[in-house]
Ligand binder design. Structure first.
Ligand code: FAD
Ligand code: FES
Length: 220
């Protein structure tokens, strides 16, 4: 984990989302599924974001502008600077057989990086509209569905190793169908490294910090 002041190198619209590119400086991209805490200009607390793409000297984050912090991040322009802390948490385990990536909505954010690291395996992606589905272009070998069709309807009977990120109902449905799936969960996070307990969730009757134990957890 390292804190860097990073310069924005670009910000592109991808459907309703913004792909924010920053100069990585000395930051290690980490493992797909790990995340960084990004300073949100004008806000007290940073916001957790998954690495979407990692090139030699660049990190890119796919951001859904759902509130003040993400909107501030999406309005950053080339040349502006922000504090970036990470990589944080536990990412996906990559030593798997027959990987199948599953993503829903902004949950596809970590999948381009994951796809690259796994040699571009098949993916199933679901979105709420054709506009949102423009983000599917970031994930190679993807089968795409738009509501009212859900990703679980496209899941084969023997899906191999499912690695997924998306809204809670999607993850819950996958959890029921694929007990050995690796699922990336979300919770509001204030620090990102275990200090504040803001991200505590109950797992097997015990409170666990998602930023330390996750965000990627085994379905079972
Ligand atoms: C490990 C991790 C990785 C993430 N990666 C990405 C990413 O790559 N791209 C992306 O766009 N977003 C990602 N998020 C979600 C993102 O961090 C939140 O959307 C953001 O913090 C919201 O901040 P805001 O100020 O814009 O909105 P806020 O005003 O803080 O929140 C808007 C609404 O969303 C709810 N909310 C906020 N954060 C979360 C959360 N984490 N889980 C559930 N509900 C929440 C709030 O309760 C509120 O109702 C990630 C979250 C986590 C925990
Ligand atoms: S975000 Fe602070 S403990 Fe997890």
């Amino acid at each position: 984990m390292r804190l860097e002041r990073c310069r924005v190198t670009g910000a592109e619209q991808v459907g309703p989302y913004t792909l924010l590119r920053v100069d990585a400086g000395g930051l290690d991209a980490g493992v797909p599924g790990q995340f960084f805490m990004l300073e949100a200009p004008g806000r007290l607390l940073p916001r957790p974001m998954s690495v979407c793409l990692a090139a030699a000297r660049e990190l890119a984050f796919l951001i859904d502008p759902i509130g003040p912090g993400t909107q501030a991040l999406c309005s950053l322009e080339r040349g502006e600077e922000l504090n970036v802390l990470g990589p944080l948490g536990n990412g996906f385990e990559l030593d798997v057989e027959r990987p199948l990536l599953v993503g829903g909505g902004i949950g596809i954010a970590p999948l381009p990086f994951l796809s690259e690291r796994l040699g571009e395996p098949p993916a199933i992606l679901g979105f709420r509209s054709d506009w949102h589905a423009e983000a599917a272009a970031l994930v190679p070998n993807a089968e795409v569905c738009v509501e009212p069709t859900y990703v679980t309807e496209l899941l084969p009977d023997h899906p191999g190793t499912v690695l997924a990120c998306g809204p809670e109902p999607m993850l819950a449905a996958l959890r029921a169908r694929v007990p050995d799936a690796q699922l990336a969960w979300e919770a509001p996070m204030a620090c990102g490294y275990g200090a504040c307990y803001g991200c505590a969730i109950e797992i097997d009757g015990e409170l666990r910090r998602l930023c330390v134990e996750g965000p990627v957890l085994r379905a079972a």
